[in-house]
Design a protein around this ligand. Structure first.
Ligand code: SF4
Ligand code: SF4
Length: 63
């Protein structure tokens, strides 16, 4: 099983998050617009598509 997460140290907290916009499972959560996004492991399918989506390489896919 893959581990997928957004590394808060790498995330630049963009105004609009490309990973959130493009994840087909709507697994990227941002409760407040000012919050850094995170990935809900219950919604994430582990597809790995987000690995190349973030220009800051904050979307990490392991495994
Ligand atoms: S995960 Fe990437 S695209 Fe999304 S807010 Fe963070 S830096 Fe921006
Ligand atoms: S691995 Fe796939 S389902 Fe999970 S957050 Fe990335 S794009 Fe979405």
């Amino acid at each position: 099983m893959r581990t997928v997460y957004i590394d808060p140290k790498l995330c630049a907290n963009c105004l609009s998050c490309r990973v959130q916009e493009e994840c087909s499972k709507y697994a990227v959560i941002r409760e407040e617009p000012s919050d850094k996004p995170w990935i809900d492991s219950y919604k994430c399918s582990g597809c790995g598509d987000c690995a190349g989506m973030c220009e800051y390489h904050a979307a990490v896919v392991e495994g």
